[in-house]
Design a protein around this ligand. Sequence first.
Ligand code: HEM
Length: 397
Amino acid sequence: MSTPADFPVPRTCPFTPPDSYDAMRAAGPLTRVTIPSGKRAWLLTRHTDVRAALADPAASSDARNPDFPALGHGEQQVAAELRPFIRMDPPDHTLVRRMLVGEFTLKRTRALGPVIEQTCHEQLARMLSLTPPVDLVTEYANRVSTTVICHLLGVPTEDLEFFRSITTVTGARSSTAEQVGAALNDLFALINRLVDDKTANPCDDLISRLALGPLERGEITRSSLLSQIGITLNAGHETSRNMIPLAAVALLRHPDQLAKLRDDPGRWPAAVDELLRYLSVADTITLRVATADIELEGATIPAGDAFIPLLGAANHDPAAFADPHVFDIDRPERHHVAFGYGVHQCIGQNLGRLELEIALRVLTDGAPALALTEPFEELPLKDTSAIFGLEQVRVSW
Ligand code: HEM
């Protein structure tokens, strides 16, 4: 008989990581668990260890390794076939990352500010034209995040709804391998067509620049290019889509903090970082295999073993953050790992931060009486996907 999976652990509070993380951290640096595939993996819960392990050159993200600790059905098969750079190791990873990094500089991201601002105002106006209660996830967050990432990449407006339907399937850990496979086929057909269109008629967007640059120069194959565009679309959309409603609820539940932001909008950047730390929606996405022994403080991850540095556990480690379960926008510590650490640290973090700041500011300023219409305790948690979030957040204003 197979051992039942004891990881991932569901959250009980939408804001903070599972309570058991605190107990694991107190018990020792490494916790052995069984994951849904039946394989074993080590969990890391201490901030110093999580950073050290993620920065270690022996921490492999290569999903082709049979020991890779994928948590979702079909996740490993898809990643091994498509080889998105988030699941590659250097030097292959380095080559792709170099092609993309210029698209995510602070300067280029800031230039997107007016588009994000306009998108948020338009989507809020649309939402406010509906009769409450409405779902903040579908009527605001999802629409903002897809519009912004599609604008950056150059996905035309008429393809937005199609893109949204694909990401609903790819973002759910409960989707079967067949469902994810079919959705990805649709996504790749869309990106493939866009690469052709933009090669013929280039625009000022990421897909055009990659099609005319690295692809034409033969520095990347077409199939790899499609995978890299696909992961950027998905990662950029899925994270913001989950963060915006969850962060909005966190602010509604902490009216004192929201009042500070209303008094002094200059505090928004710090508030966004605190929301990223506090909510840690990408808690379990850093999946790794040790290709050599990895030394931690007082423990070793043996070569060949799978491990998962838990970002939420690190971000709630009392050794790194005073009163870690308290949401405090004036918190002095800024060394959270919500965007990961090491060579895979989130390439889109400038965009993620800016999008969150604008989406939350426009929402809380434009709907000052925004309120949940159902008890907070009954919010449906979205615990089955790679990125944590809320299934639905019904609001009035
Ligand atoms: C706003 C919230 C976001 C969070 C919490 C987040 C979190 C993360 C984390 C933890 C990683 C590291 C994964 C690993 O080490 O295995 C990562 C990587 C990545 N993120 Fe984000 N992300 C966010 C927004 C974005 C946005 C807006 C984009 C795109 C436009 C994006 C694109 C990516 C990509 C492409 C990678 C892979 C980078 C690499 O492997 O070198 N993310 N993200």
